[in-house]
Design a protein around this ligand. Structure first.
Ligand code: CP
Ligand code: NVA
Length: 334
């Protein structure tokens, strides 16, 4: 396989890619990471330009796209949540045709998956999903690279995800785990289990790759012998503030604590896509503390700051993996 297999393709969700293609992108990212560490330039895409549309806020994804593009020699234009006509004065189809006439690739972060799919349908240049309500595929490549760095393999790794399992992160971990032959356990209250149609699709994929999917309400069952403990915020971007109370009640039993981590393997790691509510040093964290008395939410500060936590390695890997996606789809020649 070479970058030619990816040239001109969209990167909208990992269901669209084979296990071999996903592995190829992770390998390419590992290669870019090594080159960056050794100061080897990779700016072979000079003269290209990409548009970064963010209808929701971001730290990691935006910075990863900007730094990765810069390293590859590509220029970027950032459109912030209020700084474009998209959806308000101009349809997605028209936006796609305008941007595709000026740029070589378009990143989109926003709401429904159908929006990024529509953008891709009308764009003649690659469209990359920088997070929708349903999927977060660039996050998954970073997670795979991190897991591989920690354990030297993906196949057979038991990944236990705790919390809101029916949103972008939970859905995507299930998809990518199935594709890569991992044993994925999604642990939550039944209300937050993923869409049954997606679960079925992932079970069928897992049956072919030797992986497995398990949904459970029992944290002990999920944690037993896990290699990777993973969680995400309880309320995602774009969801109304009113859902906090219910989420706290429903998801508090699924917080990752050191007691839960102890049930995993001895060398288990803690992962989180970030941002995380693990202390009171955020505006929302403080507000939740005042209203509900919680000092930490989806993960305890103890676990977040422990030696088992690989969250900052994971965050750095966002940049290397996003670089791989941009490079492969824009035809970077090694
Ligand atoms: N994990 C992630 O996507 O972070 P940002 O929202 O900061 O981009
Ligand atoms: N589920 C989170 C992921 C953030 C990277 C959100 O959508 O806000």
């Amino acid at each position: 396989m070479t970058n030619e297999n990816f040239k001109g393709r969209d990167f909208l969700k990992l269901l669209d890619f084979t296990s071999e293609e996903i592995e190829y992108l992770v390998d390419l990212a590992a290669d870019f990471k090594k080159k960056k560490q050794n100061g080897i330039p990779v700016d072979r895409l000079r003269g290209r330009n990409i548009a970064l549309i963010f209808e929701k806020t971001s730290t990691r994804t935006r910075c990863s796209f900007e730094v990765a593009a810069h390293d590859l020699g590509i220029g970027t234009t950032y459109l912030d949540p209020s700084g474009s006509q998209i959806g308000k004065k101009e349809s997605i189809a028209d936006t796609a045709r305008v941007l595709a006439s000026m740029f070589d690739g378009i990143e989109y972060r926003g709401y429904g998956q159908e929006i990024v799919e529509e953008l891709a349908k009308f764009s003649k240049v690659p469209v990359w999903n920088g997070l929708t309500n349903e999927f977060h595929p660039t996050q998954m490549l970073a997670d795979l690279l991190t897991i591989r760095e920690c354990f030297g393999k993906l196949k057979g790794i038991k990944l236990a995800y705790f919390g809101d399992a029916r949103y972008n992160t939970g859905n995507s971990l299930m998809v990518v785990g199935a594709k890569m032959g991992m044993d994925v356990v999604l642990c939550s209250s039944r209300k937050y289990f993923p869409d049954p149609a997606l679960v079925k699709q992932c079970e069928e994929i897992a049956a072919k790759t030797g992986g497995s999917i398990l949904l459970t309400e029992d944290p002990k069952e999920a944690a037993k012998d896990a290699d990777v403990f993973y969680t995400d915020v309880w309320v995602s971007m774009g969801e109304p503030d009113e859902v906090w109370q219910e989420r706290i009640t429903d998801l508090l039993p699924y917080r990752i604590t050191s007691d839960i981590m102890k049930l995993g393997k001895e060398n288990a790691v803690f992962m989180h896509c970030l941002p995380a509510f693990h202390n009171l040093k955020t505006g929302i964290g403080e507000k939740i503390h005042e209203k509900y008395g919680l000092n930490e939410m989806e993960v305890t500060d103890e676990v977040f700051e422990s030696v088992q936590s690989v969250v900052f390695q994971e965050a750095e890997n966002r940049m290397h993996t996003i670089k791989a996606v941009i490079a492969a789809t824009l035809g970077y020649q090694k």
